[in-house]
Design a protein around this ligand. Structure first.
Ligand SMILES: C[S@@+](CC[C@H](N)C(=O)[O-])C[C@H]1O[C@@H](n2cnc3c(N)ncnc32)[C@H](O)[C@@H]1O
Length: 276
């Protein structure tokens, strides 16, 4: 397979927009160390869906992700558990394994689904997946996304009690916005996950807003964003629309073709390669 373009500093060239058909372990093994600033990806969950005969060697994928991630780089691993009787807890096992190989568990975030949650007869309706934010060292980039505050402007605000015990108030300013919480909610399905009908030819698309929110948070324009199991190309679409470079890998040629077509429909040209 052709190596990704790399300069003497190990950084891929500035025009990277690529989809690769192949097993992501083999593809990443052909790359230099520490070239990826951000990975946003979602693995197959506990054989929940039939993804055209995939091979999912978790330990090898995690090790290669660690090696190719730049110092200060981040991997966002979006994962749910199989629920059959009880929960498989695969998500937690994977998170602990990432920590053991050297990643810092920078945050454990929740992807809440606003609609089509999974009903259970003997437990509360399941409406979320985990988003493990794993960093190699301290994250080099954090561009916090903001949410509007409930109230803003000048108000009489309580301030520390003095020794008389009276809770005095003084005029202060409430800000218009604050850093968002680590629970992110998205509508799912057509119009929520994406409006790109072609994406739904893949069985497990995550919301493009979810991908975009992580891309904006943990990377800067020009950075290299990877999705080693890119499915319908959601991470790639949002990375390229936000001026990042992108490499997507999927073991299925059919899914890579869906991703290529989806990106082309959005005016985003990508090179397609097959790993040998
Ligand atoms: C949950 S889906 C990803 C969906 C994607 N986030 C999207 O929005 O369309 C997981 C993908 O991993 C791919 N896959 C599984 N094992 C793989 C491997 N070893 N290398 C590359 N891709 C793999 C499957 O073909 C499937 O498309």
């Amino acid at each position: 397979m052709r190596q990704i373009d790399a300069t003497a500093t190990g950084r891929p060239s500035t025009d990277t927009a690529k989809l690769i058909i192949g097993n992501c372990v083999d593809v990443m093994r052909s790359w230099p160390d520490s070239i990826v600033q951000l990975t946003v990806t979602s693995p197959p969950y506990d054989s929940l869906r039939d993804y055209q005969g995939y091979d999912f060697p978790f330990g090898d994928i995690a090790a290669e992700l660690y090696r190719v991630t730049a110092e200060g780089g981040v991997v966002v691993w979006v994962v749910g558990d199989r629920i059959q009787g009880g929960r498989s807890l695969t998500s937690f096992r994977q998170a602990l394994a990432f920590q053991e190989i050297g990643f810092s568990a920078h945050d454990v975030m929740i992807y809440q689904k606003k609609n089509t949650p999974f009903m259970r007869s003997n437990a509360y309706t399941n409406a979320y997946e985990m988003m493990f934010v794993l960093s190699k060292g301290k994250p080099a980039t954090f561009n916090p996304l903001k949410a509007p505050t409930q109230r803003n402007g000048l108000e009489m605000l309580p301030h520390n009690k003095l020794s008389d015990g009276v809770n005095k108030k003084k005029l202060g300013e409430l800000k218009k916005e604050k850093t968002r919480t680590n629970i992110w909610s998205y509508a799912v399905g057509l119009g929520g996950t994406t409006s790109d009908r072609i994406a739904f030819q893949h069985p497990a698309v995550f919301p493009e807003k979810l991908a975009q929110d992580h891309i904006l948070s943990w990377s800067n324009p020009g950075d290299l964003v990877l999705d080693p199991m890119c499915g319908s190309g959601t991470t790639g679409k949002m990375a390229l629309l936000n001026d990042r470079r992108f490499i997507g890998i999927d073991i299925s040629a059919d899914y890579i073709d869906i991703a290529r077509q989806r990106l082309a429909d959005c005016g985003l040209a990508v090179a397609v390669e097959t790993a040998s």
